[in-house]
Design a binder for this molecule. Structure first.
Ligand SMILES: NC(=O)C1=CN([C@@H]2O[C@H](COP(=O)(O)OP(=O)(O)OC[C@H]3O[C@@H](n4cnc5c(N)ncnc54)[C@H](O)[C@@H]3O)[C@@H](O)[C@H]2O)C=CC1
Ligand SMILES: O=C1O[C@H](COP(=O)(O)O)[C@@H](O)[C@H](O)[C@H]1O
Length: 259
């Protein structure tokens, strides 16, 4: 994509994973409500491309999206235990502001950071813990309806539905990435669920790169590495986006201290 790309929530974990590998690949605009320390801003990004703004601020968001071709929308409250007033404002209202501004500014595509918690209630007592183990063949593939495990998950499901609306009614290309568990360097230790939905930093950057490069209408995909343990299919991300992950949590199964 030759046009600038807006990255919201740029100072957070997912934003930094993306910038670590793709800093020089796009003409980035970075938005975060917290001022970004110098070390979080790639050298290639000028000061006037960094926006300290809240995603619920219509005017600030319109200014940031003016002239951009794509948006990666990450900003929001990421806590599974976040209270309703926070997810209502930061996640639902903020995501609405982004989609509405994208349409007004003529942006081509938006990649929205959804979450495993939008579908967390599929992990029923009778399915777990087998679900998290390599022999289990149960898969969610993105065609199933949301089944949130908490109010944070409700807010992510709401973002997906907002994306559906803006695609169907305004022809915006939208991909919702149900991100698993992003951790740096290795999967979470002693946490089978986290290992089944691990997303490595480099696979994360590659996946969002594909979200900017590929052609699609409206998609819901899972954002995990190519883990041996998995209950999310990554077939749709492979087929539609050309996602080709490198990592697999099985290669890190044991904490060195337990070996
Ligand atoms: N880290 C993970 O494993 C997963 C993350 N996600 C989603 O990915 C997105 C990013 O998550 P992380 O990077 O882990 O979170 P984070 O908390 O590290 O980063 C979020 C960033 O967004 C900014 N932000 C929050 N509310 C804002 C607002 N109203 N306006 C402007 N900026 C705001 C924060 O200042 C922060 O820099 C979130 O939407 C989260 O729900 C989804 C699934 C898993
Ligand atoms: O959506 C998110 O999911 C990950 C993984 O969930 P967890 O319940 O296994 O921790 C979480 O770490 C992250 O903060 C959240 O935004």
């Amino acid at each position: 994509m030759d046009d600038p790309v807006l990255l919201t929530g740029a100072g957070g974990r997912v934003g930094q994973a993306i910038l670590r590998d793709l800093a020089d690949d796009y003409d980035w605009r970075l938005l975060d409500r917290e001022p970004l320390p110098r070390e979080k801003i790639p050298e290639s990004v000028d000061d006037d491309a960094v926006y300290v703004a809240d995603v619920t601020d219509d005017d600030a968001v319109l200014e940031a999206v003016d002239g951009v071709g794509g948006i990666i929308h990450l900003a929001g409250d990421p806590r599974p235990e976040a209270p309703w007033d926070s997810v209502l404002r930061n996640n639902i209202d903020g995501t609405h502001t982004i989609f509405a501004a994208a349409v007004e500014a003529g942006v081509e595509k938006v990649a929205f950071a959804s979450s495993n918690h939008a579908v967390g209630a599929y992990e029923t007592d009778d399915r777990t813990p087998d679900l998290y183990r390599p022999h289990d063949e149960y898969r969610l593939d993105g065609t199933e309806p949301p089944r949130p495990s908490n109010l944070y998950g409700v807010s992510k499901a709401s973002g997906e539905i907002l994306g559906r609306y803006y695609h169907d009614n305004h022809d915006l290309s939208v991909v919702c990435v149900r991100i698993g568990n992003l951790t740096r360097g290795h999967p979470p230790w002693n946490y089978e669920r986290g290992q089944a939905m691990w997303l490595s930093y480099r696979d994360c950057a590659h996946l969002f790169d594909r979200c900017l490069q590929a052609d699609y209408g409206y998609e819901v995909v899972y954002g995990i590495s190519d883990n041996e343990r998995k209950y999310y299919s990554i077939d749709r991300a492979r087929d539609v986006l050309g996602y080709d992950p490198i990592d697999n949590s099985a290669e890190f199964e044991q904490h060195p201290k337990n070996q």
